[in-house]
Ligand binder design. Structure first.
Ligand code: AMP
Length: 221
């Protein structure tokens, strides 16, 4: 299946994508993760992206789109993919659909994860991420058994540098301005499925599975 996950920062896209990756056996492509890796490795892309990311702004479309297209061409995407964090605006969505159309493919569905804004800020400020496996925790709502250490792989947990109050507000504003218009865009294409993102990750996952099951039962003609 070819699925896009849309939602504001803190909606749980990354957590759901990790669970979906196992269930659907297709790769999880997070543009945020790919860009952070490029920054860590000090590549030309990473150097160009860093300032935008630190401010919570979008990295220019042509850089991100080229990175995603290169990733989608890899062999493991032949059976499908879960895109997390891309597209982030309408030009990116149009580039994605043109790229897929060139290969005779298209998206099966777009899942929008809906969470109230107050909850997003609370989730992001306490979020911790495993530096090894990417598993996510929350210092209050879902703490690891041992502070600072991943339950699954014993990796070290860290706080993303853009999960501070100032950058979180900038990221939420970018979501409202640039990304939220995608909801109407994908609705008009008959692709959008809104899912309530409140409750435990398992509960949200069940809701998303229901949507995907209905898509599998009646694929687009
Ligand atoms: P995320 O991990 O999805 O919250 O992304 C972290 C940061 O990476 C964002 O605040 C942007 O600066 C950048 N980024 C991720 N995906 C995109 C995208 N599709 N377009 C532009 N910038 C992006």
């Amino acid at each position: 299946m070819r699925i896009v996950l849309i939602g504001p920062p803190g909606a749980g896209k990354g957590t759901q994508a990790l669970m979906l990756r196992q269930a659907l056996e297709v790769p999880h492509i997070s543009t945020g993760d790919l860009l952070r890796e490029a920054v860590r490795e000090g590549t030309a892309l990473g150097k160009a992206a860093k300032d935008y990311m630190d401010k919570g702004e979008l990295v220019p479309d042509q850089l991100v789109t080229a990175m995603v297209e290169e990733r989608l061409q890899r062999h493991d995407c032949r059976a499908g993919f879960i895109l997390d964090g891309f597209p982030r605006n309408i030009p990116q969505a149009e580039d994605l659909s043109a790229h897929l159309a060139k290969e005779g493919k298209r998206l099966d569905g777009v899942v929008s994860i809906v969470v109230p804004r107050v909850e997003l800020v609370e989730r992001l400020s306490g979020r911790r991420v495993c530096s090894q496996c990417g598993a996510m925790y929350h210092v209050r709502f879902d703490p690891p058994r041992q502070a600072g250490v991943c339950n699954r792989c014993q990796g070290t947990l860290y706080q993303r540098s853009d999960d501070n109050a100032e950058t979180v507000n900038a990221r939420l504003a970018v979501y409202e301005g640039a990304t939220a218009p995608l909801l109407a865009y994908y609705t008009s294409k008959g692709l959008l499925h809104a899912v309530d993102g409140s409750g435990t990750p398992e509960l949200v996952f069940t809701r998303i599975r229901e949507v995907l099951n209905s898509l599998q039962a009646s694929p687009r003609s």
